[in-house]
Design a binder for this molecule. Structure first.
Ligand SMILES: [Ca+2]
Ligand SMILES: [Ca+2]
Length: 453
């Protein structure tokens, strides 16, 4: 049943914050209008160490469903019934409810793990009631609730409280990539498979690969890569290609240089398709998660102007930038905070949370941002402000609520260079990881993907 549950929350253009996981759970509890008479609602829980808070959450969900039922004209009564330990087999709760005179029963189960909340179970209709039911408690499954949502900052706060990211809590995996010379990357569901695709865009080719963490970190590439050489304006990248890639509507929109056309990457019939496109930013701009950006002509950076999907200018970035990250960061109270980070060509990092700025100097062009520990403040992955071939470091920075930036983790010295980073859910568990690509100095070696959780 858990495997069949749908993961709600498809990535889309982020003009407005996506709904919180809690809101998605409540939203799934809209009763169908065919439900009539007397209804029993039961929600069993399986939540490990978070059991007390989980029971409270189940009670809130049950009350919400019962209230929704009471709004319906042909529902005479809706009760939230505490679950009994004997209700472990299929339909037991519904048979109990039928014997006790209910016409319909929700028999739901709330399961909380470290990364996801799953609410699932059938809606039964009774075929006998009252005394007749005691002899033949016939029940018929009419509908099934099935929702799986990631644990976000609000659920984390509700169930267990945040556990702050520290040097000791950071997990690092390294993957050998199929090729090198990558300019942009994006992670998301562009193929309809359970595991998200990692779409890698090089100066002259596009690949979609899958990352496996067990038994050891490995990349599989089951789809043929696609060359970009046949597309218009795609040759002769400038000295340092600049690129963006973003998942929009189940495809990746990417651009690799000022001279290249934008491309749309999607998967259909187990084949990678790459087509040139002017959507959604026109011929001269690059797509980001929240809008479009323009390159500085002849340079390897972008202008401060960011135009949102609604066509309106965003509050300007503090300066032109090499790289930019944007996200709606869920807060423990369920609201979402607009958060933006840029790295200027002078190596200055500025993080804007709401209307407050935090800053740090001497960082490199690679930049990724997400809330790793679900406490409502962002973690950033940055590289060194080093020359190509001079080696590099990766660092995880944490923006504290008082608007200071602290370093929580730094890698050993890398021999390669890192220009490219992104945040994305690469293992499909609903929570984002921080990703970076290290380009090797040895021209015979492939690039390395760093995944930090
Ligand atoms: Ca955080
Ligand atoms: Ca993940």
């Amino acid at each position: 049943m858990i495997l069949l549950a749908v993961l709600v929350g498809v990535a889309a253009a982020q003009d407005a914050p996506p709904p919180s996981s809690l809101a998605l759970l409540f939203e799934q509890l809209r009763p169908p209008e065919t439900v009539c008479g007397e209804v029993a609602v039961t929600i069993r829980t399986e939540c490990g160490s978070a059991s007390t808070a989980c029971d409270v959450l189940a009670a809130r969900l049950g009350a919400h469903l019962a209230n929704g039922l009471r709004q319906q004209s042909c529902v005479r009564l809706s009760d939230v019934v505490p679950s009994r330990s004997s209700w472990h087999d299929i339909g037991a709760a519904a048979r109990w409810a039928t014997v006790h005179g209910y016409d319909w029963t929700y028999d739901l189960r709330l399961e909380i793990s470290e990364r996801a909340a799953v609410l699932a179970g059938p809606l039964y209709q009774a075929q006998r009631r009252g005394w007749a039911a005691a002899f033949d408690p016939g029940i018929l499954e009419r509908r099934r609730v099935s929702v799986r949502v990631p644990i976000d900052a609000e659920l984390q706060h509700l169930l267990a409280g945040p556990s702050i990211v520290t040097n000791e809590s950071i997990q690092v995996d390294r993957f050998s990539l199929p090729s090198r010379g990558y300019v942009a990357l994006a992670v998301g569901d562009v193929g309809g498979t359970p595991l998200p695709e990692l779409v890698l865009i090089g100066g002259n080719h596009v690949q979609a690969v899958y990352a496996h963490f067990h038994p050891s970190a490995s990349i599989t590439a089951t789809l043929d890569p696609v060359s970009l050489s046949s597309l218009p304006r795609s040759s002769a990248p400038p000295t340092r290609a600049i690129g963006t890639a973003v998942v929009l509507e189940r495809s990746v929109t990417a651009r690799t240089s000022e001279l290249a056309t934008s491309v749309r990457v999607h998967i259909e019939d187990d084949t990678l398709h790459v087509t040139s496109t002017n959507e959604p930013c026109g011929v001269d701009r690059y797509a980001m998660a929240d809008g479009c950006i323009a390159p500085v002509v002849g340079r390897d950076s972008f202008t401060p102007a960011v135009v949102g999907w609604d066509g309106q200018p965003r509050s300007p970035a503090p300066s032109g930038f090499y790289s930019r990250a944007f996200a709606w960061i869920r807060q423990p109270d369920g609201s979402a905070q607009r958060t933006e980070a840029v790295v200027s060509p002078r190596g200055r990092l500025v993080v804007r949370v709401g209307d407050r700025d935090a800053g740090l100097t001497d960082v490199g062009a690679a930049l990724a941002m997400t809330d790793l520990d679900l406490d409502g403040t962002v973690e950033l992955l940055v590289s060194d402000n080093a020359l190509v071939g001079a080696g590099d470091h990766l660092r995880v920075l944490r923006v504290r609520p008082n608007n200071t930036i602290v370093e929580v983790w730094t890698s050993d010295a890398l021999t390669g260079s890192v220009f490219l980073a992104a945040a994305g859910d690469i293992d499909g568990d609903g929570r984002q990881e921080l990703l970076a690509v290290e380009e090797p100095t040895d021209p015979d070696e492939p690039a390395t993907l760093w995944v930090i959780r």
